[in-house]
Design a protein around this ligand. Structure first.
Ligand code: VGL
Ligand code: ZN
Length: 218
């Protein structure tokens, strides 16, 4: 069992709490706003422990290659082959500078030290906060964490089976302890993707906990 006492070498990464992933948004994750209360409580808890709070922001240029509208005759949630592999096509979402791309105002995370933007290369999607979907282009997050002495990354937010999943797996691969706060995430869940990605995370050595495990701890 993972030791869940929080310490200064821990970081809490809040993934993509943006209007387009929340109810009414262009790519609304079912019950997405259910994560806001637990995440707000967790942010306070990490801050109290002298740990770090980091955010990600999906941030696509207009006409991004992950948008179905950029591919003639294609519809959202269809899959196509990109030079780097299969890509699910999405409705236009999180377009740079639009309200849908804004981080939700009811996320109480003014203390966040870093916002990693991802998906800004027109031809490459990026679910992971560590590297883009070509699996080569790095975002700099691993270097940031190392330089700041962070060894353990807790993840929460949207969506569990896409951005949280890839980030949590890449964290393990980059040598960090990687823990997903499951109840503070929601999934898009396309064709059983929630269960599939949970299984892969278990196999790769991602650990799991619930918000209550962390709040009840100091
Ligand atoms: C995401 C689909 C497309 C996510 C981002 O944040 O999980 N999902 N872009
Ligand atoms: Zn996106």
């Amino acid at each position: 069992m993972t030791d869940l006492a929080l310490r200064p070498g821990d970081a809490f990464l809040v993934t993509d709490l943006q209007y387009d992933f929340l109810p009414g948004g262009a790519l609304a994750v079912p019950d997405g706003d259910g994560v806001i209360a637990p995440i707000n409580a967790l942010v306070k808890r990490f801050q109290r422990a002298g740990a770090h709070v980091l955010l990600t922001q999906d941030w696509h240029p207009p006409g991004h290659s992950s948008f179905a509208s950029s591919h003639e005759g294609k519809y959202p949630f269809e899959q196509i082959e990109m030079p780097y592999g299969p890509q699910i096509l999405w409705p236009d979402h999180c377009v740079q500078g639009t309200r849908g791309a804004e981080i939700a105002r009811n996320l109480e995370a003014d203390c966040a030290e870093l916002v990693i933007r991802k998906g800004y290369n027109r031809a490459i999607d990026s679910y992971s906060a560590f590297r883009e979907a070509d699996r080569e282009t790095m975002t700099g997050l691993a270097g940031y964490l190392r330089e700041r002495g962070i060894t353990r990354l807790f993840s929460a937010g949207l969506a569990l089976d896409f951005c949280v999943f890839w980030t949590a797996c890449d964290a393990v691969e980059a040598g960090f302890d990687s823990i997903v706060v499951t109840d503070a995430c929601r999934a898009i869940d396309i064709d059983g993707s929630r269960e599939k990605t949970m299984q892969v995370m278990r196999e790769k050595g991602v650990a799991f906990c619930d918000t209550g495990d962390l709040l009840g701890n100091g």
